[in-house]
Design a protein around this ligand. Structure first.
Ligand SMILES: [Zn+2]
Length: 467
């Protein structure tokens, strides 16, 4: 008898404990970077975003988004608060339902997200999800898994992801774009964490967390078949609406916030403004110089008139990762995440984008455990995004680079400044899966001369690190 009683009491105790604890426990992933790194990365990238993207200069709309965001931030659970973080909310004058957050707190909501939201709680849902990525430090946690990127590399990567098809010419930022896209493309595991923590933050603030699920469904519907930017960066881990709803059931929101007159006023106000550009139109504006100048890039247009590649080669050691030999009359230009070697006259700046017409670029692009061929396809696709006149490879030739299995292909590209050109693309994979790429560029008429140069350079590569 006694035993039964004890068992019964125990069962009741467990049941109530389960009820009280039904809210899912979220644990921030491990991270090799410091909180200060997040702050620095976000601060630098947000300054660039403000320069490069069309910000909506409207205090009423800004104040409204701020007020939602700040309430949510006050309700981040204590264990995920970082005093160094500074959450800011700005509205970008772009048409898509989108938003993005930078490490350390800067957050940007597209005007389209605010215009198309069905309720204030839906806006709060997107913001709470983004805030959760920041609070859990998902950007740098993801980079930690990928290998050792320098902070500068990551800054460029973040920007590449946000600004997307910013380069109109050649491939100078292609690799950056790919790393960048991966950097802001959260894993499904992180997505689920941001959904769950976001739902918890919403509930603590007084918003019905289910609005997050309806907003995500709205995004899927509105995009009309074309994968929306937001979803490609925040992939649905599967059953998203179902598990958000389930989490919501464990969270009590006694008196949920309903739409204020502010919500309707702000939507009406936006509706009266001239329509926002799409991201694509904005990117085109950047490329043709129609938007405000960035003021960051220097240099002049490449002339395309270059001396023949020297038969003497110089050897460079690149960051303890690899060694490479290139013609001695080519200049080394290291950027944040790649290095370009090009002759005088064969590189420069067009519409604030770095371009090169002759030469070779070597870089790394992280990818998620893909085969070499898949990773190469991704690289090619990402290059094609910023080089609209680029052809697709018909096949890859197998070989080796630095003793690792490698692929090689040649594609044609239409360059605005020099007309038809050819790209020789070589790829190999590092031990951690990172894609190592080498891209040689030469005008079509000169490709015959350059082909053997590219081949000789590729053959000279030796991996010196332990990646
Ligand atoms: Zn996400």
């Amino acid at each position: 008898m006694k035993r039964h009683t004890t068992a019964a009491v125990f069962a009741v105790f467990v049941a109530s404990l389960t009820l009280a604890d039904a809210q899912t426990k979220v644990t921030a992933p491990s991270n090799k970077y410091s909180v200060a790194d997040d702050v620095k990365l976000g601060r630098e990238a947000s300054a660039e975003v403000r320069k490069e993207m069309p910000m909506l200069p409207d205090d009423r709309v800004d104040d409204y988004v701020d007020s939602i965001g700040e309430r949510l931030v006050r309700n981040i659970p204590a264990e995920f608060r970082h005093n160094e973080f500074n959450y800011t909310f700005d509205v970008v004058n772009l048409a898509e339902i989108n938003a993005f957050a930078l490490p350390g707190g800067p957050m940007f909501a597209h005007r389209g997200m605010i215009e198309k939201a069905g309720s204030e709680a839906e806006i709060a849902g997107v913001l709470a999800h983004e805030i959760s990525h920041v609070a859990l430090r998902h950007g740098t946690a993801q980079a930690s898994k990928a290998g050792k990127y320098q902070l500068g590399q990551m800054g460029a990567a973040v920007l590449g992801a946000i600004l997307g098809g910013r380069t109109g010419e050649v491939v100078s930022q292609g690799g950056q774009l790919l790393i960048g896209a991966k950097f802001l493309t959260y894993s499904r595991e992180y997505e689920k964490q941001a959904d769950i923590l976001g739902a918890q933050i919403m509930a603590r603030t007084g918003y019905d967390p289910r609005a997050m699920a309806t907003m995500f469904q709205r995004i899927e519907k509105e995009s009309g078949g074309r994968a929306p930017e937001w979803l490609s960066n925040h992939p649905n881990p599967g059953n998203r609406a179902a598990y958000i709803t389930k989490e919501a059931q464990s969270l009590r929101v006694s008196d949920p916030i309903t739409d204020s007159s502010d919500f309707r006023n702000v939507q009406a106000r936006l509706g009266q403004m001239s329509p926002a550009m799409t991201s694509e139109e904005a990117a085109r504006g950047r490329n043709t110089g129609n938007s405000r100048p960035t003021g960051t890039a220097g240099g002049s247009r490449p002339t395309g008139r270059v001396d023949a590649p020297s038969t003497r080669y110089n050897t460079y050691d690149e960051g303890g990762v690899f060694r490479i030999s290139v013609p001695s009359n080519w200049r080394e230009m290291a950027s944040e995440n790649n290095v370009t070697f090009a002759p005088e006259g064969g590189y420069g700046t067009i519409n604030n984008s770095s371009v090169f017409t002759h030469g070779i670029q070597i870089g790394m692009a992280r990818n998620e455990r893909h085969s070499l061929e898949e990773a190469t396809n991704e690289l090619v696709n990402s290059l094609a995004q910023s080089n609209r006149g680029m052809g697709r490879p018909s096949n890859y030739t197998r070989g080796t680079i630095g003793g690792r299995p490698a692929l090689r292909t040649v594609v044609a590209n239409d360059a605005e400044s020099t007309g038809r050109e050819r790209l020789a693309i070589y790829t190999a994979q590092m031990q951690d899966g990172t894609l190592f790429y080498v891209i040689g560029v030469a005008p079509e008429g000169e490709y015959g001369t350059y082909e053997s140069v590219f081949q000789r350079i590729a053959t000279s590569i030796r991996f010196t690190g332990n990646r």
